[in-house]
Design a protein around this ligand. Structure first.
Ligand code: AMP
Length: 472
């Protein structure tokens, strides 16, 4: 299927072709005709699937008819973070270049007054984080009863970040007759209930989670004592052919500490987390994209949804607590069919989270051992007695139940079974070290530098920074 069969205008087809896209992605193929038919959408898809264009493209055509009125946006897009909001704005710039659409971005870190002025004049598209939007509304700067289309993007992330009460409040201020497009990477029970409340006879559009991202990503797990983590990371960074890498930590404080430590050891590194000023975050990203800095030490929220092309390696300095974050993290590498490498450092305290990740993946992450810089070799998982995964424990339980009196599997037997798994360990200098990445540029799915990255950012004043929605 190509874009011309989706019912989009010729101007849009032109901008899509300018962007270098040849074919719609599966979510675009399924969602665009339904959005154009004014159907509510329940989209289950992650970043990286082309989901942003699946709602921005039809919206641009639908907005072509009609005009914006002062203070009454015609469409509203809610995003959990400033970066995601800015990326959506950039999508409108890219695809809407042959249309005359007005747009405002209501996010922390961007001048409140400038945005209020834009809204005063009337906007077709309002892209906002929930807290900042309510701020404007409560100051009487905005009326929401003219909203024809509402997009709730990354609903599961909104839930994680505690934004759902704000989203509910916003929905109660919108006309019931609006069209609602609701996207979430996962569908836990609470999100399902929200969708039921916000959507009217929605068309469900689901695309496979990019488990396919993992197909181009070689994963490896290193069991390591906590105090050795930094050392082992440095060894990996030195031994692997790291063109550039994102290193994920679970906490903001760890992001800063690790970044400083890497710099002290002579690595080219920068930190990215939600406490940093917006201007500084964009500067860091720009530097990373321009290869002025090789390593980006980041937290999940700051890095989620970022479209950074050609990252050769991802390091999970901490095992993520939320197993979905693992998929997001490793999805930063191996984009657009290139080969990527993802390493995870795990201590024996991480068993629970590691089990959850492996259960979600449906397989164990291959273990490797790494010689520490001081020559100290962390013990392989089996020897250190890492618990078998939940799946493995279930097999053991099943075996025990079917063995009758003989079934009292000894601890030694269990140990040897786990040790078998451990023997699959490969040396870090083995296959994981080969790098077959192509150097040819890839169009779409990653190589596009969002224009918002290149725009100067207005420094936040005290009032403007009041609503910082980004938590991590
Ligand atoms: P998203 O899932 O919206 O974050 O999109 C991820 C990346 O896919 C972005 O870099 C888009 O520019 C790119 N993209 C979106 N649609 C297409 C398409 N049909 N063909 C190629 N790249 C695309």
């Amino acid at each position: 299927m190509d874009f011309s069969s989706l019912g989009l205008s010729s101007q849009l087809l032109r901008s899509i072709s300018d962007a270098g896209y040849q074919q719609p992605t599966p979510i675009q193929e399924k969602a665009i005709p339904e959005v154009l038919n004014r159907k509510d959408i329940l989209g289950i898809a992650q970043t990286g699937t082309g989901k942003t264009a699946s709602f921005t493209l039809p919206m641009i055509d639908m907005l072509a008819a009609g005009r914006a009125k002062a203070r009454m946006p015609r469409t509203l897009i809610l995003e959990p973070t400033r970066e995601l909001a800015a990326q959506v704005a950039d999508n409108f710039d890219t695809y809407g270049k042959y249309h005359k659409l007005s747009m405002a971005l209501l996010i922390g870190g961007v001048s409140f007054n400038e945005q209020a002025k834009l809204i005063d004049r009337g906007v077709d598209v309002l892209i906002a984080t929930p807290g900042r939007l309510l701020d404007h509304f409560e100051r009487g700067k905005l009326m929401l009863h003219g909203v024809e289309i509402l997009v709730i993007d990354e609903a599961d992330r909104m839930l994680d970040m505690g934004f759902i009460p704000d989203v509910e409040k916003i929905c109660s201020l919108l006309p019931i007759t609006r069209q609602t497009l609701f996207f979430s990477a996962t569908m836990p029970g609470e999100i399902g209930q929200l969708a039921d409340r916000f959507l009217h006879l929605p068309v469900r559009v689901e695309v496979a989670r990019p488990a396919s991202a993992a197909e181009t990503v070689k994963q490896a797990l290193v069991q390591v004592p906590s105090r050795e983590k930094r050392k082992v990371l440095r060894t990996l960074l030195s031994e692997q052919k790291v063109a550039n890498a994102i290193i994920f930590c679970n906490r903001k404080r760890e992001v800063d500490t690790l970044n400083e430590s890497l710099k002290r050891h002579g690595f080219s590194s920068a930190a990215l987390h939600g406490d940093m000023e917006q201007r500084h975050r964009l500067e860091v990203l720009e530097n990373f994209k321009a290869n002025n800095v090789q390593l980006l030490v980041a937290s999940d929220v700051a890095a989620r949804g970022l479209d950074i092309p050609s990252v050769s390696h991802v390091f999970n300095f901490d095992v993520p607590v939320n197993s979905d974050d693992y998929i997001h993290r490793i999805g930063r590498t191996g984009r657009a069919g290139r080969e990527g490498h993802a390493f995870m450092l795990a201590t024996d305290k991480d068993d629970k989270y590691l089990d959850a990740i492996e259960k979600m993946l449906g397989s164990e992450i291959p273990k490797i051992t790494v010689d520490g810089p001081g020559g100290k070799r962390p013990q392989p998982a089996a020897a250190k007695g890492r618990r078998p995964t939940r799946a493995a424990r279930k097999v053991e339980d099943d075996n025990r139940n079917t063995r009758g009196s003989d079934g009292a599997t000894s601890v030694a037997e269990k140990g040897s079974r786990v040790a078998e798994k451990g023997s699959r360990n490969q040396a870090v200098t083995g296959t994981a070290k080969k790098d077959h990445r192509q150097d040819t540029p890839v169009v779409g799915m990653g190589d596009h530098v969002p224009a918002f990255m290149l725009r100067p950012v207005v420094r936040t004043n005290k009032t403007g920074s009041a609503a910082n929605n980004d938590i991590d």
